[in-house]
Design a protein around this ligand. Structure first.
Ligand code: AMP
Length: 448
C-alpha cells in the first residue's frame, strides 16, 4: 500500500519551488527596505499561548487547532498563525528594549483544521509582519504601504483590492457589539445556523458570513463606523489621510472584520476575485492590547499576514529547470575518476555541471544530454585519456573540438551562458533553480 499525504496538506514540487523562492526573495527585499528583520520561530507552542492570544471564542481556537499532549502530558499546539509566537518571543527575549517600533517578519507553515478546498489548506504558509511598540496611525499606513509594495513587486497590485475598516476599541466597541447582537437576534429567523450561533459567541464575525441568504440582514446591520468614539474616528481619518498621501487606493468596507479577537481600530484585507470563495490574499490590523495580554509591556502593535499559497496561485505558471552549462560523459571508470574531479572544481566556481557515471553507451548519454537541454557535452574515452585530452561537442551543430584535459575546467567555466537569452541568468543569480516561467497553471491536490 502506498502511503499518501494527509488531506489538506500539499507538496511544493521542484517546478513550483522557484515561484515560492520568488515570493520569499521579494518579501526579504521589500520588508528589508522598510527596516523589518527576520525572526524564525518554532512550529509549536504551548496551547495556552494561542488560547489567550487568539481568543477562546474564535473559530480557530474552538475548532481548528492541531493540539496534542507531548510525552509529559503538556498540551502543545501546531501554530495556527504567527502573531502570538512573535509576541511571545518579543516578550521572552526582551526585544521591547530596542528602539520602537520593533519591526519583525517571519515566514513558514501554519496549521488549521479547516475544510480543505482550492486555496484553503490545513497546512499553509504565511508571510507575517509585525510592528511592535508604536501606536501612531502612520505605522498602520506604513505597513499597508509595504503590503501594497510587496504585491507591486510581484506585478499583482492591479489584481487586488485593498479594503480597510476600523474596529473601534475597548471604549466604543462594547456599545456597538450590544447593538449588533440586539439587531442580529431580532433577525435571527433570516440568518443561517452558523450566524445564529456566532451571534452569541462572536457577533462581529457574523458580518463576515458569505451565504447569500444572510446577506440582506447583514447588509442592513448597524455599522461599527457609526459607533466609533472620537479618538478612534480621528485615528481612522488619519490612517486614511496617510494612505491618500501615499497614493494608495482603498475601499472603506464597513463589514470587514477579522477572525481574531485581538484587533482594535485599523483592520485591512487584500482581496481578489480570482480565487473563488477564498478571496482574501492578505489581512491584518492593529492589536494594541495583545502584548500586555500575553504578559508583556503595554505596547501597541500592528501587522499583517499574507497567504503564500494564494499568491502562488495568482502568479500561476510552473518553471522548467535551467540546463546545466555542460554534460560530462566519461566512457569507463578511469575517465569518470578524472571528470568527477573536473566537475567538482568547475561546480566550485558556481558553474552547473552534470556528469555521467561511465557505465552507459555514448549514444545513451548523448540522448540524456539532449533531454537535459545542454548546449555542450564533454566526451572522454580511453583514447582521449591516454592523450590527456577531452572532446567538447556542441550539441546543435555537432561540431567538436579537442582541448587539453588540464585546461578543461577553464574551458567549461568560459562557456557562454545560453540561459542569459531566456532571462535565466537573472533567476539564477537570485539563487532560484529554474529558467522560465511557463503558462501552465500551478497544480495543487485540492483543485477541482
Ligand atoms: P488570517 O491569519 O486568518 O488573517 O489569514 C491571513 C491570510 O492567510 C489570509 O488572507 C489567507 O490568504 C491566508 N490563509 C488563511 N487561512 C488559510 C488556509 N487555511 N489555507 C490557505 N491560506 C490561508
Amino acid at each position: 500500500m502506498n502511503i499518501k499525504s494527509v488531506r489538506g496538506v500539499h507538496d511544493i514540487l521542484p517546478a513550483e519551488a522557484p515561484l515560492w523562492q520568488r515570493l520569499e526573495s521579494a518579501a526579504r527585499r521589500v520588508f528589508g527596505a522598510y527596516g523589518y528583520r527576520e525572526i524564525r520561530l518554532p512550529l509549536f507552542e504551548r496551547t495556552e499561548l494561542f488560547a489567550r492570544g487568539i481568543g477562546e471564542v474564535t473559530d480557530i481556537v474552538q475548532k481548528e487547532m492541531y493540539t496534542f499532549a507531548d510525552r509529559t502530558g503538556e498540551s502543545l499546539t501546531l501554530r495556527p498563525e504567527a502573531t502570538a509566537s512573535v509576541l511571545r518571543a518579543y516578550i521572552e527575549h526582551g526585544l521591547h528594549v530596542q528602539p520602537k517600533p520593533v519591526k519583525l517578519y517571519t515566514m513558514g507553515p501554519m496549521f488549521r483544521y479547516e475544510r480543505p478546498q482550492a486555496g484553503r489548506y490545513r497546512q499553509f504558509h504565511q508571510l507575517d509582519v509585525e510592528a511592535i511598540g508604536e501606536d501612531h496611525p502612520a505605522v498602520d499606513a506604513e505597513v499597508i504601504g509595504m503590503l501594497v509594495r510587496f504585491f507591486a513587486e510581484l506585478g499583482l497590485a492591479d489584481r487586488l483590492a485593498l479594503h480597510i475598516n476600523s474596529l473601534g476599541d475597548g471604549v466604543c466597541r462594547p456599545a456597538y457589539r450590544e447593538r449588533l447582537v440586539e439587531y442580529l437576534r431580532q433577525h435571527a429567523a433570516r440568518l443561517c445556523a452558523e450566524c445564529r450561533d456566532r451571534t452569541e459567541r462572536n457577533p462581529l464575525r457574523v458580518l463576515d458570513c458569505k451565504k447569500p441568504e444572510c446577506r440582506p440582514v447583514l447588509d442592513q446591520a448597524p455599522s461599527l463606523l457609526d459607533f466609533l468614539c472620537d479618538p478612534c474616528a480621528d485615528n481612522f481619518t488619519r490612517v486614511r489621510a496617510y494612505l491618500d498621501a501615499m497614493g494608495i487606493r482603498y475601499v472603506v468596507d464597513r463589514r470587514l472584520v477579522r477572525g481574531f479577537d485581538y484587533y482594535v481600530r485599523t483592520a485591512f484585507e487584500l482581496l481578489t476575485t480570482e480565487l473563488g470563495a477564498q478571496n482574501a490574499v492578505a489581512g491584518g490590523g492593529r492589536y494594541d492590547g495583545l502584548v500586555a495580554l500575553l504578559g508583556g509591556p503595554p505596547d501597541a502593535a500592528t501587522g499583517f499576514a499574507i497567504g503564500m499559497e494564494r499568491v502562488v496561485l495568482l502568479l500561476g505558471g510552473t518553471t522548467t529547470p535551467c540546463p546545466p552549462a555542460a554534460f560530462l560523459i566519461p566512457l569507463g571508470d578511469q575517465a569518470l575518476t578524472r571528470l568527477l574531479a573536473v566537475a567538482q572544481e568547475v561546480r566550485e566556481r558556481g558553474v552547473p555541471i552534470e556528469l555521467g557515471y561511465g557505465t552507459r553507451k555514448l549514444r545513451a548519454e548523448l540522448e540524456r544530454a539532449h533531454r537535459l537541454g545542454v548546449d555542450h557535452v564533454v566526451i572522454v574515452g580511453e583514447t582521449e585519456l591516454g592523450r590527456e585530452e577531452a572532446i567538447i561537442r556542441e550539441m546543435k551543430s555537432g561540431s567538436q573540438r579537442t582541448v587539453r584535459l588540464a585546461s578543461l575546467g577553464d574551458e567549461l567555466a568560459a562557456l557562454p551562458e545560453r540561459a542569459s537569452s531566456t532571462g535565466a541568468t537573472a533567476l539564477r543569480s537570485e539563487g532560484a533553480a529554474a529558467c522560465e516561467v511557463g503558462s501552465a497553471a500551478v497544480t495543487s491536490p485540492e483543485h477541482p
